[in-house]
Design a binder for this molecule. Structure first.
Ligand code: UD1
Length: 370
């Protein structure tokens, strides 16, 4: 009996793990291999909109174990996860721990596993923003340094890893499991009635998401972004699902009045399907998310990324993504440029074809079953 333990913690993890659990289940059945998959949720995200709603829509099984660590400072959150996950490892004794992405749960569980000599697979390895003030960049570098299987989504990731001394034989360019999820659910998502519910059927609109501490935790920067969005809202309605971190900052800094001035539609964080439907039908997306840069690239929707760097350069080279930073005038310049732009030569990145999870499953089972 082989036992793989999957770790999820925060919203962007769920869409990366869902296709992999399915693919491993299928691949093991085909090989008549006895594979047990255990799903551990650290509880880093816990609200219904940030967690259980996505589980339901993605068809993820209920977590076998929920560590319920909740929110907190980086040290506290990472430490709590490590303490609780160590107990799980000692009890479950998995053959492999699979972590995804770059959140605090990713490094916490990878480090625990390696300290107990359990191999680690990292899905979405090798992405680098080269900005070590980003908490996610530290999580990426550290997780990659100790992982045994590094599954990458774009070619530059292998170069980044090789430069850091990771042995080439550990690196596998497999594609993007988050895009597996997008392709799997796209048709169904487009039938959702969220456009009617929000009265957007005949209204040109932009979708905005913001949650990076570097954008929302500094009131001056956040205010500058909101002022730029208000200007854009004179042309396009702004549909803004507000992340809890951002909601707290808008409330505590009294920015609600600023938003009331513009043509904004503030909504709660959306489930996966409604959000996909909203993005697919948008004229434009403005966001500081990592994953949305990739999703808009596949959907062909222009994306202005409100950051100075990206760990996902292929979304600029091949896709519809532009970096505009977080200063109002730069956001506006990007907005005007994108309107007059043709996206000729745009193409979906290599191996973003809905089969990435299958590739990972084949590599892992080849490696564990002789
Ligand atoms: C985390 C990840 C980030 C990821 C993002 C996606 C790290 C370091 N950060 O950032 O990489 O892009 O998730 O959303 O791992 N809150 C709720 N309900 C929840 C979760 C959080 O209300 O279910 C509130 C809490 O007030 C919390 C705040 O949101 O303090 C921020 O949550 P936290 O998990 O600390 O960071 P994120 O900004 O979500």
């Amino acid at each position: 009996m082989l036992k793989f333990l999957h770790v999820v913690g925060a919203r962007p993890n769920f869409m990366k793990i869902a296709p992999l659990m399915d693919a491993l289940h299928q691949a093991a059945a085909q090989r008549k291999a006895d594979l047990e998959q255990v799903l551990v949720h650290t509880g880093q995200h816990y609200s219904r909109e940030m967690s259980s709603l996505l589980f339901e829509q993605l068809g993820l099984p209920e977590p076998n174990i929920n560590l319920e660590v909740g929110s907190g400072g980086h040290g506290m959150q990472t430490g709590r996860i490590m303490e609780a996950f160590e107990r799980v490892l000692l009890e479950q004794k998995p053959d492999l721990v699979i972590v995804v992405g770059d959140v605090n749960s990713t490094i916490a569980c990878a480090l625990d596993a390696k300290k107990h000599h359990i191999p680690v697979a990292h899905v979405e390895a090798g992405l680098r923003s080269f900005d070590r003030e980003m908490p996610e960049e530290l999580n990426r570098v550290l997780t990659d340094a100790i992982s045994d299987y590094l599954f990458t989504t774009e070619p530059v990731a292998e170069e980044n890893l090789a430069r850091e001394g990771v042995a080439r034989e550990k690196i596998h360019f497999v594609g993007n499991t988050m895009i597996d999820t997008l392709l799997h659910h796209r048709e169904n998502a487009l039938t959702r009635d969220v456009l009617d519910q929000l009265n957007l059927r005949d209204t040109p609109y932009a979708v905005v998401t913001l949650h990076r501490p570097s954008n929302v935790d500094n009131p001056q920067i956040l205010e500058g972004i909101l002022v730029a969005l208000e200007q854009i809202s004179r042309d396009l309605k702004i549909v803004f699902p507000v992340h809890p971190r951002t909601y707290n900052q808008i409330e505590s800094n009294g920015f609600s009045a600023l938003l009331e001035k513009g043509n904004f539609h503030l909504i709660d964080p959306q489930g996966y399907l409604d959000f996909l439907c909203l993005v697919a039908n948008a004229r434009l997306v403005l966001s500081d998310s990592g994953g949305i840069q990739e999703e808009t690239t596949v959907l062909g929707v222009p994306c202005l990324t409100l950051r100075h760097n990206t760990e996902r350069p292929i979304t600029i080279e091949n896709g519809t993504n532009r970096l505009v930073g977080n200063v109002g005038t730069d956001i506006m310049a990007g907005y005007h440029e994108v309107q007059s732009r043709e996206w000729a030569g745009r193409r979906v990145p290599e191996k973003w074809d809905g089969k990435a999870a299958g590739r990972i499953a084949a590599i892992l089972l080849d490696s564990f079953i002789n």
